[in-house]
Design a protein around this ligand. Structure first.
Ligand code: SF4
Ligand code: SF4
Length: 253
């Protein structure tokens, strides 16, 4: 008897939940943006202060051993902004050299961060609320203007490079999570990953079309190799596949 393929609703509840989480993350930007900002992290480090954004970066690094870039796909407000704008983006991210730009930016940023910390004599205090007013990040028109300019840059990057272009091309925090995932895989930690069953695949290409990071998911399924630094574990591919060939799984490499 032929096994009946698993049928999935393309507008799955999982993707609806993910989109709602991203919308809430975006709406919370006036409160949360300083807890995420690499700029605030640098400003605090230059004074020997571990800010909320430094604590988050360390947390994301450690979590990435187990969940890779799940943060990018499910929680990041910058990612949320790109997905909100995605209906007007003409194309998805293209494979190629552009994705390496973020490694240069991250090397510069982390180098400057290390230099700041050494110059100031090390981290001497912790202030999770650094730069905020009563815990609120956007507390004046000036801050609002700076944040608006940053989000305009993210928009332009995504418009030029493709949906999620900022995540693929410019974001230095992505690199920190990519390094964390590599370490997790090197020491063979169990982790959340995509799994694929090539025998179910009918080569329709819907997964590749759905991938906001422009990955050749179809090819990955065929090769049985779903691990890639650019995957943000959004599960759009899994929830689009009519054959149920892709799913979240846990395990070691
Ligand atoms: S491969 Fe799948 S889970 Fe990874 S980014 Fe693309 S659509 Fe999302
Ligand atoms: S959407 Fe599913 S069936 Fe279609 S190419 Fe991708 S893995 Fe294969």
């Amino acid at each position: 008897m032929t096994e009946k393929p698993a049928q999935k609703n393309p507008a799955s509840s999982r993707q609806n939940i993910r989109k709602w989480i991203l919308i809430v993350s975006f709406l919370l930007i006036p409160v949360t943006i300083f807890y995420i900002s690499p700029i605030i992290l640098m400003m605090g480090a230059a004074e020997g202060i571990a800010t909320g954004s430094m604590i988050l970066l360390i947390l994301l690094f450690v979590l990435s051993f187990f969940v890779a870039r799940l943060w990018c796909g499910w929680l990041c407000p910058m990612g949320a902004w790109q997905e909100i704008c995605s209906p007007i983006m003409k194309h998805t991210v293209q494979e190629g050299w552009r994705k390496y730009i973020k490694y240069g930016i991250a090397a510069l940023w982390l180098g400057m961060l290390a230099l700041s910390i050494v110059t100031v004599g090390g981290i001497r205090s912790v202030d999770p609320f650094y730069g905020t007013v009563n815990g609120i990040s956007i507390s004046s028109p000036d801050v609002l203007m700076v944040v608006a300019v940053i989000f305009a840059i993210i928009f332009v990057t995504a418009y030029l490079a493709g949906r999620r272009g900022f995540c693929s091309v410019l974001c230095p925090m992505a690199v920190v999570m990519i390094i964390g995932r590599k370490i997790g895989n090197l020491v063979n930690l169990p982790a959340l990953r995509l799994t694929a069953d090539p025998s179910r695949c009918i080569d329709c290409g819907k997964c590749s079309k759905a991938c906001p990071m422009g990955l050749d998911v179809n090819g990955m399924v065929q090769k049985g190799e779903m691990e890639t630094p650019e995957c943000i574990l959004c599960a759009s591919c899994a929830d689009t596949c009519p054959q149920g060939a892709i799913e979240y799984g846990t395990g070691r490499r």
